[in-house]
Design a protein around this ligand. Structure first.
Ligand code: CA
Length: 227
């Protein structure tokens, strides 16, 4: 049974989430403070965290930042504001989804299902993974020229998607989808920043190779011949 941690200081909102998520077959834990969420995740790790941004102690953003130092658990932000900056910031610090209040609890439950499904390890190893790269989906690790890359979860999913289909040009929207965040206006530049940091990590292993190609106005592809 997937275990969901809800971090929300408004009891009425927490109640509707608990009701919807339990109705969907999840177990839930509810805390009202960011610090309590961090402690809870250390003691009894949840499979997914729903994290309000406006919390009485530390903000949801700060909670997520601290969380990412020790956990890769999927995070869905709840926000009272519908600001593009919030969304981009949220995704850049490692959130998986973003819901603006007021929301429908059923919609949140559906998104939770979708995230958990995407996070489930793939049963089959990648048959098409090129030899220069070794993809370990269970450990979410990729080796490049025999060296383990230190990737964030988003970088891992980006590179994994590109490697699965060499030479295919992915649009930013398709890559957002692959990373597992809903494509939306403003999210696209977060892909560019993930690609930038991914390239830096690849370059640290092989300085002259450029396995990720930019296609101006179109998107990105993986090119084995440039690896
Ligand atoms: Ca709040």
């Amino acid at each position: 049974m997937p275990h969901i941690l809800i971090v929300e200081d408004e009891a009425a909102i927490a109640d509707t989430l608990i009701f919807a998520l339990q109705g969907d077959g999840h177990s839930t834990e509810w805390v009202t403070l960011g610090s309590a969420a961090l402690e809870q995740q250390r003691q009894r790790p949840a499979d997914l965290i729903i994290l309000d941004i406006g919390l009485p102690d530390i903000s949801g953003f700060e909670t997520c930042r601290q969380l990412r130092r020790f956990s890769e658990v999927p995070v869905m932000f709840l926000s009272a504001r519908d600001g593009e900056i919030d969304r981009v910031v949220g995704l850049e610090i490692g959130a998986d989804d973003y819901v603006v209040k007021p929301f429908s609890p059923r919609e949140v439950a559906a998104r939770v299902r979708a995230i958990l499904k995407r996070m489930a390890p793939r049963a089959e190893p990648l048959a098409s993974a090129p030899e220069l790269f070794q993809v370990d989906t269970l450990r979410m690790q990729i080796h490049y020229h025999g060296q383990a890359l230190s990737l964030t979860r988003h970088e891992f999913r980006l590179l994994q998607s590109l490697l699965e289909q060499p030479e295919r040009v992915f649009s930013r929207e398709q890559l957002l989808d692959a990373v597992g965040v809903a494509a939306d206006v403003g999210y696209e530049r977060s892909i560019d920043s993930h690609i930038k940091s991914l390239r830096a990590k690849l370059r640290a292993v092989a300085a002259d190779a450029e396995p990720i190609q930019t296609h101006r106005g179109l998107g990105y592809s993986y090119s084995p011949s440039h690896s």
